[in-house]
Design a protein around this ligand. Structure first.
Ligand SMILES: [Zn+2]
Length: 190
């Protein structure tokens, strides 16, 4: 799938796991595989003009993806900025193989990773509507989460906002409860 869509997914994951940048990175990497297994655009590199068409699309997608990543990091609230960066890095990591192979002529990943990444692809020339629809859906979801988080921030900054609906004060209350019952806060359900 287009790297831009992976970036947009990473922005959402970063907001969702605002206080867990490592988890955000891992979920981002996992989501990459899930998204690549959905039917999406791709062109036959062996066909006549295929490499040129692929490069043209990759160049545009790369620039758009960079702009989306920059915009997502700048738009992220301070409490989810680090996780937004790590989630986007995880989300796009597997697609680094293409530019590295193109510019440096080697694959940065072990053969088994490349094999899995290649085997799950469901590419076709007719997959462009799915790419566009996915991008629009992810952009709308990210904008909705950003607006919600900003509104929460305005209505009371008693603690850090959390897109899952808990405030910092709520988390503190849970921690107090757990310490009084002897249960570690880390074992509480998220
Ligand atoms: Zn991929």
């Amino acid at each position: 799938m287009f790297v831009t869509n992976h970036v947009l997914a990473g922005a959402i994951i970063g907001r969702w796991y605002a206080d867990r940048p490592v988890t955000a990175f891992l979920i981002g990497a996992g989501t990459h595989l899930a998204m690549d297994s959905v039917p999406h655009w791709g062109c036959d590199a062996e066909a006549s003009g295929g490499p040129e068409r692929f490069l043209r699309a990759a160049r545009r997608d790369g620039l758009l993806g960079l702009a989306a990543a920059g915009g997502a990091v700048l738009a992220a609230d301070r409490d989810c900025r680090v996780s937004t960066v790590t989630a986007i890095c995880g989300s796009v990591l597997l697609d680094l193989d293409k530019p590295v192979e193109h510019f440096f002529d080697f694959s940065p990943f072990p053969a088994v990773v490349q094999w899995i990444h290649g085997a799950i692809q469901r590419e076709s020339e007719g997959g462009m509507p799915m790419e566009v629809a996915t991008g629009a859906l992810l952009t709308a979801a990210d904008a909705w989460m950003a607006r919600r988080s900003r509104r929460r921030g305005r209505t009371g900054r008693r603690g850090r906002t959390d897109p899952r609906g808990r405030t910092g004060a709520g988390r503190h209350h849970l921690a107090m409860q757990s310490s009084s019952t002897g249960q570690s806060p880390a074992t509480l359900p998220a």
